[in-house]
Design a protein around this ligand. Structure first.
Ligand code: GDP
Length: 198
C-alpha cells in the first residue's frame, strides 16, 4: 500500500464521539514506551504524525488518523504506566474497553510487544480479554533492531509458543518490525490491504 495521505482527525475519550464515517478502522495499542508512536510514524511515512514522547502515558485519548481517505488508523493510549492513579486507570480501562466492544468500524487491532521482553502479565491479560470477547487482533513485535537475527527468532518463537500452549490452540498472526530500520512496514500495510478487501 502506498500512503498518499495521512491526516489527524480527532482525539477523544468517548466512542460515541469518534468519527461518524463508515470507514474501516485499525487500532494500535500496547504498553507505554513500546514504540507505538514511532511505528505509526514509520507506517505512515510521516515524521511526526503520532507524537513520540519521552513521557510515557501522556497520550490518554483515542486518536483517529485518516489514511488515503479510505481507512482510519486509531492510536489508542498506552497501558501499564505505573504513575497513573487508580482512578485514571479505571476511567482509561472503561473507555478503551468500550471502544473495542462497541466500535462497529473496528476491523483489526494490533497489540504491540517489545521484542526484547518475555511475556508480561499485563499484555497477556489484555490479549486474553481480546480473545474472550472475540476481538480480532495481531501482534506487532517492535524494536527488532535491538536484537541479533538469531535472538529475534528465539524471542518470537518463545513468545508464540507461550501463547499457543497457554492461551490458544492457534497463536495470533504476528509481525516483526523496527521503526529505526523501517523494517516490517510493507508486511503490516499489505496485511491491512488484504483484510480491507475481505
Ligand atoms: P510509545 O510510548 O509507545 O509511543 O513509544 P515511542 O514511539 O515514543 O518510543 C519509545 C522509545 O523507544 C523512544 O525512545 C524511541 O526512540 C524508542 N523506539 C521506538 N521504536 C524503536 C525501534 O524500532 N528501535 C529502537 N531501537 N528504538 C525504538
Amino acid at each position: 500500500m502506498k500512503i498518499s495521505s495521512a491526516e489527524f482527525v480527532m482525539s477523544n475519550s468517548e466512542v460515541a464521539k469518534c468519527p461518524n464515517e463508515p470507514l474501516p478502522e485499525y487500532a494500535f495499542i500496547g504498553r507505554s514506551n513500546v514504540g507505538k508512536s514511532s511505528l505509526i510514524n514509520m507506517l505512515t511515512d510521516r515524521k511526526n504524525l503520532a507524537k513520540t514522547s519521552g513521557r510515557p502515558g501522556k497520550t490518554q485519548l483515542i486518536n483517529h488518523f485518516k489514511i488515503n481517505n479510505n481507512w482510519f488508523l486509531v492510536d489508542l493510549p498506552g497501558y501499564g504506566y505505573a504513575q497513573v492513579s487508580k482512578k485514571d486507570k479505571k476511567t482509561f480501562q472503561k473507555y478503551i474497553t468500550n471502544y473495542f466492544l462497541e466500535r462497529q468500524q473496528l476491523v483489526c487491532s494490533f497489540v504491540l510487544i517489545d521484542i526484547r521482553h518475555k511475556p508480561q502479565t499485563i499484555d497477556l491479560e489484555f490479549m486474553q480479554w481480546m480473545g474472550e470477547n472475540g476481538i480480532p487482533f495481531s501482534i506487532i513485535f517492535t524494536k527488532a533492531d535491538k536484537l541479533r537475527p538469531m535472538a529475534i527468532q528465539r524471542h518470537v518463537a518463545d513468545y508464540i509458543n507461550y501463547l499457543q500452549n497457554d492461551m490458544w490452540e492457534e497463536a495470533p498472526h504476528y509481525f516483526i518490525t523496527s521503526s529505526s530500520k523501517k523494517a516490517g512496514r510493507d508486511e503490516v500495510l499489505a496485511y491491512i490491504d488484504t483484510i480491507n478487501l475481505e
